[in-house]
Design a protein around this ligand. Structure first.
Ligand code: MV4
Length: 444
């Protein structure tokens, strides 16, 4: 087992990872920026190293200082959390060169999945359903138009190295394809440093369903079922739940097994997520996230498995073996992301001092956070200040529990998305479970 792990992250996820380490008897090293001096993750860790200025570029993304902190404290492994360096291939290579274990997939796995067009090819090879479209990157706008004419409109042009919705263009005609092709290429180049784009059929009103998997890096993988992440605004998820209640068991198993097969085929190591679109009872693979995700607790609650502990056990090679028979999805979990934003004013971020904080509690209510009464939220980072996760025997109980917990949750001094979440929990489309990614643009 590792003796000491450095957590290359901040906020609630740093706290979450430190807790898992403590339970495994592993010493922890926090890194923090000058803006995070009073942050909870710094206080909780056994050791803490300041890695630079407030701006992420100069601290949480600054590889030399993170490696130095690791060598200084003799930490053997780095957990990257999500965001920041979690999917940075350069960082994985540098960790390797310094003899530090990166807790996550291998460099080659990360490389193949970072190219979405290549990931789609691999998925197809593993028997995972994908949308019709170009095989790999497009050569020119004429080729784009030809393929679009073949598969039919609407189509979507996507950046091969994109993700999270950036650099996507929807085209309804051949002229639009030709017109958007260059725009998409330029946007891809300026956003992701690579101009490759690919094209596929556009699904107009899908659910965003993803499958959590764990792999041992030797070709064995298990699935931990699905999360419905369709409540999004501008590609930011707001609410996630498991199970996705519109799936029947046959569909659930089919898609879970397909995801597991892809993970096994690429000898995936650690925790990963395969994103799918779901419409008219069909699944289509989108991309794979090679990191722990924000919404992982939803899966933890329904499967009763600590995903961060699993990641650590797999990374240190002491895992007793992944067994699908031990993974049973039971009950219903919902997560609401509590952001320091004014939902009724364009979701404008609202940094500042938390004058008073009252955290809800009770049976099967979990709050993952790093803020406390008197804490000043730095303006330099993500606006998420807490995740409220509830578990119930069924969806109805989970929703009632969520409403009750949201009404208990008091954050004074700043605006939060709590009132907005209460509205979602009362929305008829949400209550029906049939809501799609267009819920927020069409309702609320
Ligand atoms: C799509 C799609 C429909 N058809 N691809 C969004 C983020 C990225 N992971 C992929 N995304 C989508 N890809 C095809 N072929 C719909 C989305 C999508 C979306 C698109 C536009 C505006 C909001 C959206 C919300 C969720 C998913």
């Amino acid at each position: 087992m590792f003796k000491k792990i450095l957590i290359a992250n901040r906020g609630e996820i740093a706290v979450r990872i430190i807790r898992a380490c403590k339970e495994l008897g592993i010493k922890t090293v926090a890194v923090y920026s000058k803006a995070d001096r009073d942050s909870y993750h710094r206080m909780l860790a056994d050791e803490a190293v300041c890695i630079g200025e407030a701006s992420s570029i100069d601290s949480y993304l600054y590889i030399p200082n993170i490696i130095s902190a690791c060598e200084l404290t003799k930490a053997e492994a780095i957990h990257p959390g999500y965001g920041f360096l979690s999917e940075n291939q350069n960082f994985v290579e540098i960790c390797q060169a310094h003899g530090i274990k990166f807790i996550g997939p291998s460099l080659t796995t990360m490389l193949s999945m970072s190219d979405k067009a290549m990931a789609k090819k691999l998925a197809k090879d593993a028997g995972v359903p994908v949308l019709p479209g170009s095989e790999g990157a497009l050569k020119d706008s004429a080729q784009a138009r030809m393929i679009a004419d073949e598969i039919g409109y609407p189509v979507i042009i996507k950046a091969s190295f994109g993700g999270g919705g950036k650099g996507m263009r929807i085209a309804n005609t051949g002229d639009e394809v030709e017109y958007y092709f260059e725009i998409a290429q330029n946007e891809a180049l300026s956003s992701f440093g690579n101009s490759d784009v690919y094209i596929e059929k556009f699904v107009t009103n899908p659910k965003h369903v993803e499958i959590q998997i764990l792999g041992d890096g030797k070709g064995n993988a298990v699935y931990l079922y699905e999360r419905d992440c369709s409540v999004q605004r501008k590609h930011q998820k707001l609410v996630e739940e498991s199970p996705c209640i519109v799936l029947n068991n046959k569909q659930r198993l089919e898609i879970s097994k397909a995801a597991r097969d892809l993970a096994a085929m690429i000898k995936y190591e650690g925790a990963g997520t395969l994103e799918f679109l779901f419409e008219n009872n069909n699944f289509y693979f989108m991309e794979m996230n090679t990191r722990l995700q924000v919404e992982h607790p939803v899966t933890e609650m329904v499967c009763g498995i600590d995903l961060v502990k699993e990641q650590i056990l797999i990374a240190c090679g002491e895992h007793k073996g992944l067994d699908q028979n031990n993974i049973i999805q039971k009950g219903h979990a919902i997560e609401c992301r509590i952001n320091a934003e004014d939902a009724f004013n364009g979701f404008l971020p609202d940094a500042g001092k938390i004058e008073e904080l009252l955290i809800p509690g009770g049976f099967n209510i979990r709050v993952d956070t790093f803020v406390y009464t008197g804490f000043t939220i730095p303006s330099h980072y993500d606006s998420m200040i807490a995740k409220l996760i509830v578990y119930g025997k069924d969806r109805e109980e989970a929703i009632l529990k969520m409403k009750s917990a949201l009404s208990e949750f008091k954050v004074e001094g700043i605006s939060t998305t709590i009132p907005f979440h209460i509205k979602i929990m009362e929305n008829s489309e949400f209550l029906s479970g049939k809501y799609t990614t267009r819920l927020l643009e069409q309702n609320i």
